[in-house]
Design a protein around this ligand. Structure first.
Ligand code: F6P
Length: 547
């Protein structure tokens, strides 16, 4: 018997495409009353419903065999074993180790890193408790009331998103801020009105070389020095990095420097010391719950049978939509205002991981890889871009996220929120036929001719795919689960596409050119002749606008 390969299964999936597109999802529901039962999976108090996807049982069977043909399980196990799965950087990708409380050894290059992980986490959490309980004091002896994280990308999005998501767990009177953009407006607007004597900065950067972060850190340092003197720097700064040598040069005291390791990718680093601002905001206990939530998903991903394995199914639905159905973008719509930054977080996680055109061996990818990921919270999005989702020529598969229970007291608001979330999924799936549209308009009093004229505009094609993650409530553990689910979803996609999701060479060229252009932008006399005509033209015009 010949062994199946991803290419063979992709061909079989492509062959199913036409027959599936010929039937509406509403028809598939009508033909199979058990469809919902078949196409959802549960992990404790979290449910993943993918029954509104444009699939049938045979498609799912093929997708599961695609995962087998692509060796997803073996690749997953290699990642968890600490093998050098990030082949271009010759690194492991062991962020899962940071949320592993099993007590088992975790080997990287033959060395058990579990004790070092615990030691660094204990040190970081002790500092977080000291800040919260007023033992970390400023140069004038006052407790800190403002904690400002300076970082960008993975050193910003995770803690910023999570601190917002878990706002109900924040300590009253202790304010978290996040500065990321090199645009000076970011730090200026953040610092306005804050008291330097009660402000703690955390400079977070895996490499401690990132232009934006270093520029903002120097501005913050100058702000502290101007108000409190050079001697105050040690009291008002902490740092998180893998480059302890560079942190020392900046002048942060060793007992306020929290490390992590090169086997933790930036966009996977919320589980490491990069979580310090979150731990300060929500407290060590809640932070540990957050880590445990991630760990539960690791166990699920490793142990749940494929047809009930949520990250595997999420990855497979994504690959189906991207490659077989050709949908180039995916939207993530949290019906959860506190998850407002979750789509931005997922943009880095998914697009930096899987925005690749070559396979692990350097040959061209065989099919489209990472989709464009975007989103905004519902219900706001309904009143903005949902028009296109319902009636546009582009089809955009959606993930809805919603909690059964509110974190605030107002049940009425929450009932409306849930009703809207469920209604959107239903409307996208069911659609409205032309005859229905015409009949509704006629019932509203329009003449038959008017009803017929408006009918095309009021028709909805339906069969627009969405999945829903429905969970009990947004607490630290659940947030940890949600993040880890998406991390592994991305891993599954990459395993199928045979790309390395753990490097990000695509960000390098722009960084190099920005460094080259910075002195040219700053110097009004600099020679532009070596630049391309467009860039030279822009700089010349910028000079004119600056007068
Ligand atoms: O430019 C992309 C990137 O390298 C991300 O991968 C990373 O999360 C971000 O920059 C910040 O990097 P660092 O933590 O080293 O400052």
């Amino acid at each position: 018997m010949t062994e199946s390969t991803p290419a063979i299964v992709f061909a079989e999936l492509a062959a199913r495409r036409a027959s599936l597109l010929a039937r509406s999802v509403a028809d598939l529901f009508a033909a199979n009353p058990a469809r919902y039962d078949r196409f959802h999976a549960i992990l404790g108090d979290l449910l993943y419903d993918f029954s509104k996807q444009r699939i049938d049982a045979e498609t799912l069977r093929l997708l599961l065999s695609l995962a087998e043909a692509a060796d997803v399980a073996a690749k997953r196990d290699a990642m968890f074993r600490g093998e050098l799965v990030n082949s271009t950087e010759r690194r492991a990708a062991l962020h899962s180790a940071l949320r592993d409380f099993s007590g088992a050894p975790i080997l990287v290059d033959g060395v058990d890193v579990a004790p070092a992980i615990k030691a660094e986490r204990d040190k970081m959490l002790a500092f977080a408790a000291d800040v919260r309980e007023g033992r970390v004091r400023g140069a004038h002896g006052q407790p800190m009331i403002n904690v400002i994280n300076i970082g960008i990308g993975g050193s910003d999005l995770g803690p910023a998103m999570a601190a917002r998501a878990l706002a109900p767990y924040a300590q009253p009177g202790l304010h978290s801020y996040f500065v990321s953009n090199v645009d000076g407006a970011d730090i200026a607007d953040t610092l306005r009105g804050l008291e330097p004597a009660r402000t703690l900065f955390i400079v977070s950067s895996k490499t401690f070389t990132t232009q934006e972060t270093m520029t903002n850190a120097r501005t913050a340092r100058a702000w502290i020095v101007a108000a409190l003197g050079e001697g105050a720097v040690a009291d008002h700064f902490a740092a998180v990095s893998t480059r302890l040598d560079k942190v020392a040069e900046f002048g942060v005291e060793a007992n306020r420097v929290f490390g992590f390791w090169d086997w933790v990718g930036g966009r996977y680093s919320i589980w490491s010391s990069i979580g310090l601002p979150l731990a300060i905001a929500i407290g060590p206990e809640h932070y540990l719950e957050f880590l445990s939530g991630g760990g539960e998903v690791d166990a699920h991903f490793r142990e749940a049978p494929p047809e009930r394995n949520i990250p595997l199914l999420m990855g497979l639905m994504s690959v189906w939509n991207r490659d077989a159905l050709g949908y180039a973008s995916q939207a993530v719509i949290p019906y959860d205002q506190r998850l407002a930054r979750f789509p931005a977080y997922l943009q880095q996680l998914q697009m930096e991981s899987n925005g690749k055109s070559v396979r692990r061996d350097g040959t061209p990818a065989e099919r489209p890889t990472g989709p464009v990921v975007w989103g905004e919270p519902g219900t706001n999005g309904q009143h903005a871009f949902f028009q296109l989702l319902h009636q546009g020529t582009e089809i955009v598969p959606l993930d809805f996220l919603v909690a059964a229970n509110p974190t605030n007291a107002d049940a009425h608001h929450h009932d409306l929120l849930l009703a809207n979330c469920f209604a959107q999924g239903e409307a996208l799936m069911r659609g409205r036929t032309r005859a229905e549209a015409e009949a509704i308009t006629a019932r509203q009093g329009a003449s038959p001719a008017e009803a017929a004229r408006l009918a095309p505009h009021k028709t909805f094609s339906g069969s627009r795919p969405s999945s829903t993650l429905l969970y009990s409530r947004l607490d630290p553990r659940m947030l940890g689960r949600l993040i880890a689910l998406y991390e592994h979803k991305v891993f599954v996609e990459a395993a199928i596409w045979d790309i390395n999701p753990f490097d990000q060479w695509g960000v390098e060229l722009g960084k190099e050119l920005a460094s080259r252009l910075a002195p040219i932008v700053a110097d009004a006399q600099a020679d532009l002749s070596a630049l391309d005509p467009s860039t030279a033209g822009l700089i010349a015009h910028m000079r004119a606008l600056r007068g």
